[in-house]
Write a new protein. Sequence first.
Length: 346
Amino acid sequence: MSPLIWATLITTLTTSTIITMTSHHWLLAWMSLELNTLSILPLIMQSNHPRTTEASTKYFLIQTTAATLILLASLMNAWQTGSWTIMQSSSPLATTTLTVAIMMKLAIAPAHLWYPEIIQGTTMTTALIISTWQKIAPLTLLYLMINHLSTNTMLLLGLLSALLGGWTGLNQTQTRKIMAFSSISHMGWMITALCLNPPLATLTMITYVTMTTTMFISLTTSSSKTLSDLGTSWTHSPILLTTTMLTLLSLGGLPPLTGFMPKLLILKELTTMKLLTLSTMLALTSLPNLAFYTRLAYLTILTTPPNTTNSEYKWRFKTTTSTLIPPSALLTTLTLPMTPLLYLTT
């Protein structure tokens, strides 16, 4: 792909998301969501592989279906209320349709099965974009609509997503699929935070983007696509693998690291609102996530790989470490003492 086409696609992708974030009209939001989908499709299919074709087709079908449901809901809303404003109170049918559409776009359970297959069929960089930047536009619509959505339904979907994201990620061996199920689980926590305290959801989103970016950059640098690749990367770059291990533990939400901050604050909000059953169940759903994160961390640092040809000669490869890794790794691991400051400013 030429630099001009790449720059055009990235600019269109960025602009369409910003238009969604600043729009108050349903048609403008729908148009920018469609533009966002069309600009990410060439990035998904840039590598000439059958899996990329399958991933781009699935992504197009899912995103188009969700955008069509959003257009249908906005038409029903305009027909009944006479207004195209996003924050206008909607009819129950339109609200339900919008909830289904946004859950499909965010890969919230039970509409999550398309997401791991698409992440697995793309490159690491494109998977990072889909896991982080592509979440911003649907979350913006949720921010604008949250006062008109059913709180009980959203909390139930958040709990279900956190639970299924952890359970289904236990038997995976591909690092991209593991990150996909991790994203599904984190979206569950984010939806729960959005129902309780929208600024807390913003802090959760920022933390999630930081940790996911660090993880994907580390996997890209070490060329680790499976669990076995993680073990053979120790002779390739020990410092990078140590960073990867700390990032994995932070994604799992272990206390000394940054990933513990959003979970602590969300559970605090749930407990304050007397939702003790929900907070207990949500805390228990993080255990399967922590199980496969700990397994990944164990494979990165604490095991000695077999002396195959790949592991024996991989130390000869020249490591081109990204300049983003040091600052993102610091934010991923050492931000927990700044929790009061971050919580009050967001």
